[in-house]
Unconditional design. Structure first.
Length: 277
């Protein structure tokens, strides 16, 4: 499901302003998650410290990350966005090295170097105006930093309640932030949004945010990080194929080579010392 996420995002931001698109997507996801939580008899009875943690996770992993995602999808190929997002384990390894929580092992450093070489190849060896301009890549890599920070932060926090109630709070909070951003950057009346333009919103709200993100948060709590992270190997391949089939994005050697080096580097790092996307 996450492999299709940027395909639908790129289609969606073609008909709805990016911030408004994200606002609608997370609002719908939050409503669905909250409904499920209430039907299960759950209540949003978090402690003040837990509320603070949930809002921080929503800020980092929904608002800031996906803000970068929707913007980057207006600048570069959807498959390139997904490839760049697959570098998260590399940035997680870098974070651990910087803060001194991991030894500076040669294999980890080699894997990180390989990942950054792959990024350069994707940026420098492509063609086409929406393939991989530097601004778009910089935006999505900024999003990767936010996602990595949010992942590492969420793994350190123990929050009561189910995944449904937690992710409902995070989604609704981020939709509020996106609403403010859409008012600042420009939006269109809801009556002006076509039914066709709403299809990506509904798809991402259900399959990406509700099922995908809730599953991810749940798996981080019950499974080893090394197993949860393996989805990152599949996403770029799915995105590359679908981007070519449905959006006519070019399957050029630079893109394929860069993706292969990035994914190989991620696998190399996680075999040495599991870090999670």
């Amino acid at each position: 499901m996450w492999g299709t996420s940027n395909l639908f995002t790129k289609i969606g931001v073609g008909g709805i302003p990016p911030m408004q698109f994200a606002c609608l997507r997370f609002f719908l996801a939050g409503v669905v998650l909250l409904t499920v939580a209430l039907l299960r008899g759950e209540r949003l009875s978090f402690s003040p410290e837990e509320w603070k943690s949930l809002l921080k996770i929503g800020l980092l992993m929904n608002f800031l990350t996906n803000g970068c995602v929707v913007i980057s999808n207006t600048l570069i190929d959807s498959s390139v966005v997904t490839v760049m997002m697959a570098t998260t384990p590399i940035f997680a390894a870098l974070f651990e090295l910087v803060v001194g929580k991991a030894a500076k092992r040669a294999k980890t450093l080699l894997g990180m170097a390989g990942g950054f070489i792959g990024i350069l190849i994707v940026v420098l060896c492509g063609s086409g105006k929406l393939y991989a301009n530097g601004k778009g890549v910089l935006v999505i890599l900024t999003g990767v930093l936010f996602w990595t920070t949010g992942t590492l932060y969420s793994k350190q926090k123990s929050i009561s309640g189910s995944v449904f109630s937690q992710t409902a709070v995070e989604a609704l909070f981020s939709s509020l932030l996106f609403f403010g951003a859409s008012r600042l950057t420009g939006s269109i009346p809801l009556s002006g949004i076509s039914a066709e333009a709403m299809i990506p919103v509904l798809y991402l709200a259900i399959f990406d945010s509700v099922i995908g993100f809730a599953s991810y948060i749940y798996l981080l709590k019950v499974m080893p990080a090394s197993k949860v992270c393996t989805y990152a190997y599949i996403n770029p391949v799915v995105a590359l194929i679908l981007g070519n089939l449905f959006l006519k994005e070019q399957l050029i050697p630079g893109k394929i080579l860069g993706m292969a080096i990035i994914i190989g580097s991620v696998i190399f790092i996680q075999r040495e010392r599991p870090v999670c996307q």
